[in-house]
Design a protein around this ligand. Structure first.
Ligand SMILES: Cc1cc2nc3c(=O)[nH]c(=O)nc-3n(C[C@H](O)[C@H](O)[C@H](O)COP(=O)(O)OP(=O)(O)OC[C@H]3O[C@@H](n4cnc5c(N)ncnc54)[C@H](O)[C@@H]3O)c2cc1C
Length: 293
């Protein structure tokens, strides 16, 4: 039963993800979690739905748990809860670093991890870091649950593989291999703004040899872009070969598809992506070396 009428939409407050999924099956509806991205779109009339289903009061889905093999983030955990968790001293600390870069205090207090993943805005900050960490999205319609690699989750700008009755109920992220270093870099015009370009890198080493590399660039195409050719060029090289890492970063513009803006041309964004990639490679390399020292 709808509990309120707001604008032209019926407003429902779900008490479980299964109930929310049922409401999605019954109505032309949008989920609202923290509301930080959805509310402005509703106000502007960009999104006009018969029903809004609020999932923010569902209990027990804001957990942040780790064990020997993986990290699990509940879909309703907020950016602030992630920052205040004890992840900072773990192999997943790049997520804390990323969350600290998100918006202002209000956005971090209300915005959720599930909302940030589902929104599929290519300038959001978690996706590059999470893809670098091989995250999988927990997608549920209340009856069945499946895990989709985040790398395969985005189809186009604001479009994901979620079925119309599926929700993001959590994320699981494997423990990175021993000797991994992860780094996130972002450029925004002002603190608290969305990224103009962001980059996440993971380098894993055995001895001094890079055995695995992930380079993901955000804001430079309709979805976060994984730079597989650049990754391959690093595997097998020495972790302290900064010249090679700089040379690899120079190739980033071969794989990006940026859209020029009034104050940021395509050329400017590509140079920014190159510099952020170089910086993230350098930091990830330093962290990987510390991990194996
Ligand atoms: C001023 C401002 C600055 C910001 N700056 C940044 C920034 O620097 N970096 C950054 O990464 N983000 C930034 N954001 C976005 C912020 O991270 C939002 O919290 C996030 O995009 C959406 O989370 P939410 O819980 O508020 O989702 P909502 O706004 O409630 O929903 C967003 C979308 O996801 C859908 N949705 C929500 N939850 C689920 C779910 N569990 N399952 C399926 N679909 C769901 C909704 O239907 C909607 O389409 C900013 C936002 C604002 C307003």
């Amino acid at each position: 039963m709808a509990i309120e009428q707001r604008n032209n939409s019926e407003f429902y407050r779900a008490s479980s993800f299964a109930e929310a999924a049922n409401l999605l099956r019954e109505h032309d509806a949008a989920i609202i979690a923290g509301g930080q991205s959805l509310m402005p779109l509703l106000r502007q009339g960009v999104i006009d739905k018969e029903a809004i289903v609020d999932v923010s009061a569902i209990e027990g889905h804001n957990e942040i748990d780790t064990d020997d093999t993986e990290l699990y983030l509940g879909g309703l955990a907020t950016h602030r809860e992630l920052i205040e968790s004890d992840l900072a001293e773990t192999p997943w600390d790049a997520l804390v670093e990323t969350a600290k870069e998100i918006g202002d205090r209000q956005v971090r207090n209300w915005g959720t991890i599930g909302g940030s993943i589902a929104h599929a805005d290519p300038s959001l900050d978690y996706p590059p870091t999470m893809i670098a960490l091989d995250a999988e999205v927990e997608c549920s319609n209340g009856e069945t649950t499946e895990y989709v690699p985040l790398e395969d989750f985005y189809v186009a700008e604001y479009v994901t593989v979620l079925d119309p009755d599926q929700l993001v109920t959590g994320v699981r992220i494997p423990r990175p291999p021993e000797g991994s270093g992860v780094a996130f870099e972002k450029f925004a015009w002002r603190k608290g703004d969305m990224s103009l370009v962001n980059v996440a890198v993971r380098l894993s080493v055995e001895g001094s040899e890079i055995t695995e590399a992930r380079i993901i660039v955000g804001c430079m195409g309709p979805t976060p872009l994984r730079m597989e050719e650049m990754e391959e060029a690093l595997v097998g090289s020495s972790i302290d070969d900064t010249e090679r890492q700089r040379a690899v970063a120079e190739h980033v513009d071969k794989f990006t598809q940026p859209v020029g803006e009034e104050h940021a041309s395509v050329e400017y964004k590509n140079r920014l992506a190159e510099r952020l990639t170089e910086k993230a490679l350098q930091t990830a390399a330093e962290r990987a070396m510390e991990g194996t020292a």
